[in-house]
Design a protein around this ligand. Structure first.
Ligand code: MSP
Length: 652
């Protein structure tokens, strides 16, 4: 069986995953499922990138040790992938001992080839991107994230990246498939043609990293460290049997990355590998970003979308379908709850879901739940043959698109079949045929044809909506395991006759759009109002000092709770009326799991009184209650005073 080794980026552990990280992992999961159906032995690796200055700063901000902090955030990643049913084979954490061994091994190999030397760096550095800034924007900012870099001077160990200019260009020319899509490939080529400078691969500014073997003051540059995760996760650096796995699986067949890290993967990474005399991955596949109202998602803009609320309200298949259908790989796409639910209702509920339930319900009703016998070929009518032709075309077109990871057009090809089948049912009117006993043979053929088309569409949809596809497969009475169906063998005419249908149930019930959008928004708000561990920090926010004047802008005051009640339909939210001395106002707070409403009435609390009003679950919230966030779950504990204080008193 040929192998197929694919990877996602290893995600930073500064903050919990959002929809962007989820997207990359879902794309990889869909590719893995597809390749398995094409007869490959797939190994799918994902993981977390846990060292470096940004992680150390985020941990400090959360008052945690870096390792404890990384453990928590890595657990969030693993938990979310499990909740979403993402089936990776390997999860590598760059703080694992097996990874440490691999980084040192790669380093020794690179050094042995003569590509390491000691030198001095004097220039700009972007802490957020962990990157030396050699080509700042005209305003002097980091070209990757747009933040102002810091000026630094340090003695470092350097990798002779400049020696690889020619070799890299030769490789790109010889292997046009190495960087995909094409547009990104051209950008990389012009970047390398512009000249490469040597790259510093050690740091002395912080300790949170893998110690540099020859010099204790240094730790490895986080990218030298993290990229090695693609090797360590499959056995590189091990002296046990895992080493054979590495020999068998490397080079990677596909490495999936977001557009902002193409340079690391298409320039630095192959250069490190060439220096260590290791083969290069076959393809680096770049995808674009999900934007929110056409802007980059970031914590500071407060526009981050997360997968959990969508999973809870629309389901994982609805989320996967939207993400894979609505983004053309390589381009950016705008995220919208509205489009997500519209797609769900029109494509999944109306088109595919209806096709499945109509077809199956009629077989249940007219043929006692057993797939009927179609007439012999000669007795079939023209529409039957037309549907069969569309199905065969769809099998070919969907696979051609999936082969180049173009899920959007693969799904369009399947929808051509779904649409043809719905039209077929409308035209042949099996519910009318069922009224006349003499038309029974025709009815059998029509329903067999519809069910056969449904079977083919379902098999082709498995990589994208695995859970719904598996349910429809069982409802069709098919005993084979859908995940193991070989798409090379998929063709028209294989639906067994006289097979018992499984229990027929709707796979995609229609959603009430305004209501579910409101539900998802509310859950999103709850996640913000009651943060769990790891969410109070962000890759976007390295520690920033505030001046006393800035602090003075925050108006914190003592207030007394006059009334409190739970916000219906939520577990975490309370609606409070608080008295600030000169006014009573409403505040919505995420403290319901720690405080009962009746406990709070008459209590004095601290309010941020000049926080911009906002709506939570449709309720106006005028201020925020101050609480300590305690323990792994971030349990809120309200601020108290050791002596009585008057309502309205200001905290300074
Ligand atoms: N730790 C590095 C990668 C090291 S790989 C050896 C890193 N981590 S990250 O947490 O910032 O994750 C970046 C990846 O998450 C992107 O490359 C992309 O795959 C995914 N996304 C993060 N935000 C995204 C969007 N808004 N949209 C789509 N995917 C994005 O960089």
């Amino acid at each position: 069986m040929p192998k197929f080794y694919l990877t996602t980026p290893l995600y930073y552990v500064n903050a919990r995953p959002h929809i962007g990280h989820t997207y990359s992992t879902i794309v990889a999961d869909a590719i893995a499922r597809y390749k398995r159906m094409r007869g490959f032995e797939v190994v799918f690796l994902t993981g977390t990138d846990e060292h470096g200055e940004t992680v150390a700063r985020s941990a400090r901000k959360a008052a945690k040790e870096p390792q404890a902090f990384a453990d928590e955030v890595a657990a969030h990643y693993q938990q979310l992938w499990k909740t979403l049913g993402l089936e990776y084979d390997q999860f590598i954490r760059t703080t694992e001992p097996r990874h440490d061994a691999a980084v040192k091994k790669l380093f020794r190999a690179v050094k042995k080839s003569g590509y390491i030397y000691k030198g001095k760096y004097d220039g700009l550095y972007c802490v957020s991107c962990e990157l030396y800034v050699t080509d700042p924007t005209p305003e002097g900012n980091c070209p990757t994230c747009g933040r102002p870099p810091e000026r630094i001077e340090e003695e470092n160990y350097f990798f002779k990246l400049s020696s690889f200019e020619k070799k890299l260009l030769e490789h790109y020319a010889k292997h046009p498939e190495f960087i995909q899509p094409e547009t990104r490939r051209n950008e990389v080529i012009s970047f390398v043609e512009g000249g490469l400078r040597d790259l510093s691969i050690s740091r002395t500014r912080f300790r949170w990293g893998i110690p540099y073997p020859d010099d204790e003051k240094h730790v490895f540059y986080v990218w030298f460290d993290a990229l090695t995760g693609y090797l360590s996760g499959i056995g590189y650096g091990s002296s046990g049997p895992e080493a054979n796995e590495f020999a068998r699986l490397w080079p990677a067949d596909l490495q999936l990355v977001g557009k902002e890290i193409v340079r690391f993967h298409a320039v630095y990474w192959p250069a490190f590998l060439m220096a260590a005399k290791l083969p290069l991955p076959k393809t680096i596949l770049e995808h674009g970003h999900w934007l929110m109202e056409l802007e980059k998602m970031s914590k500071s803009r407060g526009n981050i979308v997360r997968a959990e609320p969508i999973h809870r309200v629309v389901g994982t298949d609805g989320l996967r379908y939207f993400l894979l259908r609505d983004m053309v790989l390589g381009q950016d796409s705008n995220f919208s709850y509205d489009v997500l639910v519209t797609r769900y209702n029109s494509d999944l509920a109306n088109d595919f879901g209806n096709l499945a339930s109509r077809t199956l319900t009629m077989i249940e009703r007219y043929f006692a739940g057993k797939t009927p016998y179609p007439s012999a070929g000669a007795d079939r009518a023209r529409p039957d043959a037309e549907v069969a032709t569309v199905a065969e075309q769809s099998i070919t077109a969907a696979q051609q698109a999936y082969d180049v990871y173009n899920f959007a057009s693969g799904l369009e090809a399947v929808w051509a079949l779904v649409a043809a089948l719905n039209k077929y049912l409308v035209e042949t009117e099996p519910w009318v045929l069922a009224e006349e006993e003499t038309k029974r043979a025709r009815l059998a053929t029509v329903l067999w044809t519809a069910a056969e088309g449904l079977r083919i569409a379902t098999a082709l949809l498995y990589p994208v909506i695995p859970s719904a596809a598996e349910r429809v497969w069982r409802q069709l009475g098919l005993e084979s395991e859908l995940a193991r169906v070989n798409l090379d063998d998929l063709s028209w005419g294989q639906l067994p006759t006289n097979a018992h249908l499984g229990k027929v149930e709707a796979v995609f019930p229609r959603l009430d759009k305004p209501a579910v959008i409101e539900q998802m928004r509310a859950l999103e708000e709850e996640m913000v109002a009651a943060p769990v561990a790891g969410s109070n920090t962000s890759a976007d926010e390295p520690k920033t000092w505030v001046t006393i004047d800035e602090f003075a802008k925050v108006e914190m005051r003592v207030a007394e709770v006059r009334a409190a009640e739970r916000v219906p339909g939520t577990t975490k939210l309370l609606k409070l009326q608080v008295d600030l001395g000169n006014e009573v106002r409403q505040v919505v707070a995420g403290i319901a799991e720690a405080y009962a409403p009746e406990q709070l009435v008459g209590k004095k609390v601290v309010i941020v009184a000049n926080l911009q009003p906002r709506k939570i679950r449709g309720l106006e919230s005028n201020g925020m209650i101050v609480a300590a966030s305690v323990g792994d779950q971030g349990r809120p504990v309200l601020v108290t005073f050791t002596e009585d204080v008057p309502v309205g008193a200001r905290l300074k």
